[in-house]
Design a protein around this ligand. Sequence first.
Ligand code: ADP
Ligand code: MG
Length: 304
Amino acid sequence: MSIVVENVTKLYGEQKALDNVSFNIQPGEIVGFLGPNGAGKSTMMKIITGFIPANEGKTEVCNLDVTVHPLKTKHKIGYLAEQNPLYYDMYVREYLSFIAGVFKLKNNKEIINSIIKTVGLSLEQNKKIGALSKGYKQRVGLAQALLHDPEVLILDEPTTGLDPNQLEEIRNLIKKIGSQKTVMLSTHIMQEVEAICDRVIIINKGKIVANDKTENLANIFNKKTVIKIEFESKINEKQLRSIDGVLKIEHDGENQYLIQSKTNIDIRNNLFQFAIDQNTSVLTLQKEELKLEDIFKQLTTQET
Ligand code: ADP
Ligand code: MG
């Protein structure tokens, strides 16, 4: 396994930022770590990269415990931290040489040349980091993470703050790099996961709420239907809720409801029969599919 996280709990004072979190990431996977702000993504990544300790649980990178082998595991990990901390007064090449020195790399020059090519910094390599656009700064951050040829890349919100063109370029770059490495990438953007990742792990309020292949997650939830219905007059909500196949009802205006139903059960006939039983009629009925965006909303807004 490239990454193993087992029952990890992290407290900041009284606050549980991570609550008994477990997941695995296999070699070669590109996994999206998705969650709203404050969900615990950066905290998890800091624990995996060995920057902060967990209160409980076990974290392994390339089958090494990160607390027992802090240096060895750091050599196996390339990390792009959330704010992409860079030295703005350094030149691109100067900075990369400095990082190469930290890792005591041999053949510095060749390695740096090759990484500069990989991340597309050839034209900017002699500029000061502070003078670069946000997209190019992000490339420098990626270059720094790749320099020591790590097996695992941990990228904390690598595309936040980029304009749409830069965003696409950096996503493509991550995909390209990801074909050779294991990548764990955090984001709060659903489309990013769909664009880049094989698998998605969703975290909310410090707990894992979903962990599946991106396409499975879409399928599972796409099968769940939502019906928008308007009755002519008031109906008994309790009885509406008890119709076979109904999972959840939500008031959506006067005599209007959003009804979520189970996969594989078409409740529309039951709804018409229900209206008759209630001595009313159906004014409108509309079937809507749940989209991936809605799943995310649902998983991360429910009470825990
Ligand atoms: P995310 O990266 O998903 O936005 P974080 O891991 O940064 O979430 O934060 C998770 C929770 O822990 C948040 O409520 C945040 O305020 C809190 N938190 C993060 N870092 C610290 C810290 N150093 N001290 C106290 N609370 C923190
Ligand atoms: Mg964060």
